[in-house]
Design a protein around this ligand. Structure first.
Ligand SMILES: O=C(O)C(=O)C[C@]1(C(=O)O)C=C[C@@H](O)C=C1
Length: 225
C-alpha cells in the first residue's frame, strides 16, 4: 500500500484552532472522496470494456445529461420531481439518435429523460454542452480514460479544486454566453442570508461577510460546513 503523508498539522500562530480542526475534517473527506472515485473508476472502466465488446460507442451523451441533471438536483437539495422531469423532456424533444432511443427504452422508471445527443445542439436546461472552443468529449476521448470533466451545463456551480486540479462545472441552467470562461468572475462572493425577521446590522464583523468563492461543498445559502 502507498504511504500517505499525514494530515498537515503545522500551526502558524495566526491560524485559529477551529480552522485547524476543520482542516483535519477536510483532509478526511478528501481521502474518502479519493477512495470513492477509485471505486467509481473501477465501474466505469468495466462499463467501457463491456461497451467495447458490444460495439457500443464509448460515450453516452444522453446518460451524461441525465447524470448531470440528477446530480444538479441532489446538489440543490431538491427531489427529482414530475415537473422537472417534464420540463427536461420538453427541452430535449428533438431526439433522433438510435442509441438514445435504445437507452430511453431501457431506462428504469423514475430516471430523467435523455437529452439530445447532438454535441452541436443548442444547450437547454438540464442538458450539457461542450465549452465553447473545445471538442466535445465524445470526439476526443472516452470519459473513463482520464479523470477530467470537460463539459458544463452552465455556470451555476463552478469549482476549481486546487487539491485535485480538477475543474467542476455543472448546474441545471444553461448560460447564453461565455459559459466556458474560467476564472474568479464566475465564482461570486458568498453572501450569507439573514434569517427571516432579523435585520442586518451596520457594523457587521468581517466573519459575517465572507468573500471566499462558492464551492459545491457548501449549500445554496453559502453557509459554512
Ligand atoms: O454509463 C455509462 O455508459 C458509462 O460509460 C459511465 C459514464 C460515467 O462516467 O458515468 C461514462 C461515460 C458515458 O458517456 C456515461 C457515463
Amino acid at each position: 500500500m502507498t504511504d500517505v503523508p499525514p494530515s498537515d498539522t503545522s500551526r502558524p500562530s495566526e491560524v485559529p484552532d477551529e480552522i485547524l480542526r476543520l482542516r483535519g475534517s477536510i483532509d478526511n473527506v478528501d481521502a474518502a472522496l479519493m477512495h470513492l472515485l477509485a471505486e467509481r473508476f473501477k465501474f466505469t472502466r468495466r462499463v467501457g470494456e463491456l461497451k467495447a465488446e458490444a460495439g457500443l460507442p464509448a460515450a453516452d451523451l444522453g446518460r451524461e445529461a441525465a447524470q448531470i441533471a440528477r446530480l444538479g438536483a441532489i446538489a440543490e437539495g431538491r427531489a427529482w420531481t414530475r415537473r422537472s422531469r417534464s420540463s427536461s423532456a420538453s427541452s430535449s424533444s428533438a431526439r433522433s439518435s438510435g442509441s438514445t432511443a435504445r437507452s430511453r427504452r431501457r431506462a428504469p422508471a423514475g430516471r430523467p429523460p435523455q437529452a439530445s445527443t447532438s454535441p452541436t445542439s443548442t444547450p437547454s436546461p438540464g442538458t450539457f454542452s461542450a465549452r465553447p472552443g473545445t471538442t466535445p468529449p465524445a470526439a476526443r476521448h472516452h470519459p473513463c480514460a482520464e479523470p477530467v470533466v470537460p463539459f458544463d451545463v452552465g455556470a451555476r456551480i463552478e469549482h476549481n479544486d486546487r487539491f485535485s486540479g480538477w475543474n467542476y462545472r455543472f448546474g441545471s441552467r444553461s448560460t447564453s454566453s461565455a459559459a466556458g470562461t474560467t476564472g474568479s468572475a464566475v465564482n461570486p462572493p458568498v453572501r450569507r442570508r439573514e434569517p427571516p425577521g432579523r435585520r442586518p446590522t451596520r457594523d457587521a464583523s468581517p466573519a459575517d461577510t465572507p468573500t471566499e468563492p462558492r464551492s459545491p461543498h457548501r449549500g445554496r445559502s453559502g453557509g459554512r460546513p
